[in-house]
Write a protein that binds this ligand. Structure first.
Ligand code: ATP
Ligand code: MG
Length: 139
């Protein structure tokens, strides 16, 4: 497979606990190239726009409050098979089900405060990269 881009967020829980550096090291070690990176603070409405696909889920209000509760690091990443490989590196949504060695197994506290986001498909990756980065920032 040729090179593919995906989008990731180091979530507020991991930032607060001081795990950002360790998570970036895992991403680097797994062979991802950083195409764009920035630290920022999402407003509640910006978090709602990002997670709009979950708008009708019962956890939507809590999730978007959490995602706007502190700084995050947004990342556009590139490698072969980036989308599936990042999901594998992250581990299951619920850290209780995450495999040994995955980022969520190591760093996530709960199903909501689960340390990292990764795009789940090519169309969502394209939307998510465009939500956070301008074309000129992708290098
Ligand atoms: P992400 O999209 O953040 O990479 P994911 O694809 O593993 O995570 P989704 O089903 O897309 O999981 O859920 C998005 C996020 O919503 C989860 O990462 C988690 O923070 C939160 N979440 C999912 N399910 C629940 C739940 N049952 N209760 C509380 N929060 C949840
Ligand atoms: Mg998801």
């Amino acid at each position: 497979m040729s090179s593919q881009r995906t989008f990731s967020i180091i979530k507020p829980d991991a930032m607060r606990k001081g795990h950002a550096g360790a998570i970036l090291a895992e991403i680097d070690k797994a062979g991802f190239r950083i195409v764009a990176i920035k630290k920022l603070f999402l407003s509640k409405s910006q978090a709602e726009g990002f997670y709009y696909v979950h708008a009708h889920r019962p956890f939507f209000d809590s999730l978007t409050t959490f995602m706007s509760s502190g700084t995050i690091i947004a990342l556009a990443l590139e490698k072969e098979n980036a989308i599936a490989d990042l999901r594998k590196l992250m581990g299951a949504t619920n850290p209780a089900n995450a495999e040994e060695g995955t980022i969520r197994k190591k760093f996530a506290g709960s199903i909501e405060e689960n340390a990292i986001h990764g795009s789940d498909a090519e169309d969502t990756a394209a939307f998510e990269i465009g939500y956070f980065f301008a074309g000129l920032e992708l290098v």
